[in-house]
Ligand binder design. Structure first.
Ligand SMILES: *[C@@H]1O[C@H](CO)[C@@H](O)[C@H](O)[C@H]1NC(C)=O
Length: 210
């Protein structure tokens, strides 16, 4: 009797131990698969940053064949759409162009700037010059006169270029964006001018994993 029950008890706990072992082993495999899937989905595929200009104002704009006098503020909105990956910036620069010719550039972020996953950063750029050097030539002057006569709405392009790295990735990815702005020249002190929010075109990267 005693012997039998011990025997049965022994078999029972052996079965239980085997079941528990199998259960925990299965759970561990499931956990490993889950972690792998989360890492693969969250970190495997990079979604590129998106850029827009939410606000901009031009309070001075005078163009000659060789220079531009201007005052410009730009609210640049950069969104990191990745839900898991933060972004580290090595550089980000905004160049200002009129009639396809660059007349100035400003640094948006300095090296080492971090943007967390799913975060949107707003950079308020403010710059101006009495005579920024530019090779606009007579074509630039002509375009300036045309747009001046046309109500003073100027086509100024903001070109972004920089390099970023996504979390757990080792490549520095080039970021290039073009933001074509329509800017109504506003006399300083005059009422605010409505700016149409502009989405920037992101240039496709040919780098692998970027
Ligand atoms: C342009 O900016 C300069 C200094 O940054 C300022 O002195 C000047 O008044 C501004 N001009 C206009 C028209 O906003």
């Amino acid at each position: 009797m005693c012997y039998e029950s011990e025997c049965c008890g022994g078999r029972g706990s052996y079965r239980y131990r085997r079941f528990a072992l199998g259960f925990w082993f299965g759970l561990a495999i499931l956990a490993a698969i889950t972690v792998t899937v989360v890492l693969a989905v969250g970190y495997g595929r990079v979604s590129r940053l998106s850029v827009a200009v939410d606000d901009a104002s031009l309070t001075r704009f005078t163009v000659t064949a060789t220079s531009v006098a201007y005052n410009l503020t730009v609210a640049l909105v950069v969104r990191n759409p990745n839900w898991a990956m933060g972004v580290t910036y090595r550089s980000l620069e905004a160049a200002y162009l009129f009639n396809g010719k660059r007349f100035d550039s400003v640094t948006v972020v300095s090296s080492g700037y971090e943007q967390a996953a799913r975060k949107t950063a707003v950079f308020r750029l403010s710059s101006g010059s009495d005579a920024a050097q530019a090779a606009l030539g007579s074509a630039g002057e002509k375009e300036y006169r045309k747009e001046s006569d046309n109500g003073g709405v100027f086509d100024v392009e903001v070109d972004l270029s920089g390099e970023v790295k996504y979390a757990l990735h080792s490549t520095w990815c080039r970021v290039e964006a073009r933001c074509p702005l329509k800017l109504q020249l506003a006399a300083s002190g005059a009422g605010s001018v409505v700016f149409q929010k502009t989405t920037c075109d992101m240039l496709r990267s040919s780098q692998g994993g970027c």
